[in-house]
Every structure is written in C-alpha cells, then in structure tokens.
Design a protein around this ligand. Structure first.
Ligand code: SF4
Length: 320
C-alpha cells in the first residue's frame, strides 16, 4: 500500500530535518500537521520549488553533503542563522509571509553553557545509585508539554554507568515509548548493528535521548521541551562521564553543542561537551530512510573507534 500524501510529507520533512533544515519543521502547535491550504505556499517558498509539493521527489531536492574541513577538536561552532524572530501559527487563516517563513527557533545553549562542569566527580561505585537518584528526581515528570502528548513511559536510558561511549538521540518513538527503553525499534536494531560493527556490544554503551518522552507523531522536540529535559541528560553525562559522545542526528547535536547548523557541516569534526569528545553522525532513523548515507555514518564511527582504540570490522557493511 502506497504512503498517503500526509505520510509522504512527514517523511520529507523528517528527511530535511535530519539534514539540518530546521525551520521548515518548526510549528507552534505540536498537535497539528501542516494544513493542506498552506502546504504549497510554504514548501514552495522555502524550497523555491516550482513543482507542486506532492510530486516533489525528496531526494532530488537535497544537496549533496559538503566536504568537511580537516578534523580538529572544536568547541561549539558559531551559529549560521539569524537571531530568533517569531514563530508562525499553522492554525492561522493567513498564509505565512516571507519573513515568517524565515522565522527561527531560539539558538539553544550548549550543555556546557547551561550548567557548569561538576567539581566533584561521582566514583564508579556510586554511579548506579546516582543515576537512580536522577531517575527518581524525574519521577512522573510533567515539567514540559510532552507529559501531555500521549506518552506511556518515560524513557530514561539504557547502558552501564561506566560506559566509555555514549550515544545521544533525539527522543523516544512508539516502540521506545511502549517499552521504556531507548532505541528498541527498527532504528534501534540498526544502532545495535552499528555498535556491533565497532567491536562493542550494546550492553557496553550508554544510550539516551535529548527528551525522555515521546513527541506526538514522532515530531521533533520543541525548543522548550528539549531545553527543559536537558537538565536530566546533563546529570546523566556528568555521572557516567563517557570519553566519547556520539550525537545521533541534528537535534542531538543542536542541543548538546548549542548550535543550529546542517548535519553535513557538523560531521567530521570533534567537539567538546561535559568533558567528553563529541562526534556527530546521522540518526539511524535517517539511515533507514536514506541507506545511501550508511557509508558516511560508518566513516564517523570509524573516527570514534580510532579515538577509543577499538578494533572493529573495517568494511562499510557495518551498518547494513
Ligand atoms: S520530556 Fe523530559 S521534561 Fe518533558 S515531561 Fe518528559 S521527562 Fe519531563
């Protein structure tokens, strides 16, 4: 059965979002999808596409990844977008103006900017208890709107408290929401393959998300949701103290590093967050939508393997 126009639009928007095209995806009301009346105007103006939106081939519109400059350890790169102006409402009867179409979300603060680095480090023997204390602090959390978006379980994290490597994704999906564990759906299976290809078992890495509750319809977490929930992930990172964090996808990179740039421009460099080195690569869900990028993701993981001294398979079949 072929996908409905709504499903096709959703897949297209997700694809662009993973590439770092954020503004197209932003909306005030998380319960709504882009109305039919605004679709053509919005997408045509944003993408300068003369053809009707429903017939646009997503892959045909995405420029090839840029070649990254030589790898060096970086702090968060400078923002490339304008300061925030305003959001537009999809419930409005009036189509958005060109200035509204360029509206941006506020530039988030990096995790290092949000909270000073800890002066006291949690001993290994106390890390499990410390993480349990963070989970207890979260409780049946209602601190952000995602508490009211139909979530079933808060997805805290998965992995040992002494992991050298941490993966940070965007947020739980349907499978994760049902099981209360991160990356257990199809994207999770691919992440497991990626981990195994690095010469590790899933049980050896720590996996968490920017937000711990499933966004409705798997939309991107809103700014207020991500920044509200980040306080807990920061504590988890400070307790686990991984040597390397891999940001999976644009949303994870955006909030970890306090940047808003395309994934292509972020990949291929080392960054720093909470004392760990940070690498940026594609989200497994994106790789399921565009398997052509698996080789690129594998290059990112090979850099992480070299950093951690891991001896994994050398072939790009790692993410297949
Ligand atoms: S996403 Fe985070 S801050 Fe929001 S309700 Fe869930 S646990 Fe609380």
């Amino acid at each position: 059965m072929s996908a409905s126009p709504e499903q096709q639009l959703r897949a297209y928007v997700d694809y662009l979002r993973d590439l770092g095209v954020y503004d197209l995806y932003r909306r005030e009301d998380p319960r709504t999808l882009l109305p039919e009346s605004l679709r053509t105007t919005f997408l045509a103006a944003k993408l300068a596409q003369p053809a009707p939106v429903k017939t646009v081939s997503p892959r045909a519109q995405v420029p090839p990844p840029r070649v990254a400059p030589p790898s060096t350890l970086r702090t968060a790169p400078p923002p490339v977008s304008a300061p925030p102006t305003s959001y537009f409402s999809l419930d409005s009867e009036t189509p958005p103006t060109p200035s509204e179409l360029t509206a941006t979300m506020p530039k988030p603060k990096s995790f290092d900017e949000l909270v000073p680095l800890p002066t006291l480090l949690v001993p290994e023997a106390d890390r499990t208890a410390a993480l349990e204390a963070v989970r207890a602090e979260i409780g049946d959390c209602t601190r952000c709107p995602l508490a009211y978006g139909g979530r079933h379980k808060i997805v805290f994290a998965d992995g040992p408290p002494t992991a050298r490597l941490m993966f940070v994704g965007e947020g739980p999906g349907a499978d994760e929401d049902a099981q209360g564990l991160p990356f257990v759906g199809k994207a999770g299976q691919l992440l497991n393959n990626m981990i195994n290809a690095m010469g590790l078992q899933r049980e050896e890495v720590y996996i968490a998300n920017i937000v711990k509750c499933r966004p409705p319809a798997n939309r991107t977490p809103e700014y207020i949701e991500a920044t509200t929930c980040s306080q807990f992930l920061i504590k988890q990172i400070d307790i686990v103290r991984p040597e390397v964090i891999v940001a999976l996808g644009g949303t994870a990179a955006t909030y970890l590093l306090g940047v808003k740039q395309s994934l292509a421009s972020l990949r291929g460099h080392w960054y720093s967050s909470r004392g760990a080195k940070v690498a940026v690569t594609y989200h497994p869900a994106f790789l399921l939508r565009d398997p052509r990028q698996k080789g690129e993701a594998w290059k990112d993981l090979q850099r992480v393997m070299a950093e951690l001294g891991l001896k994994g398979p050398q072939r790009s079949a790692a993410t297949s």
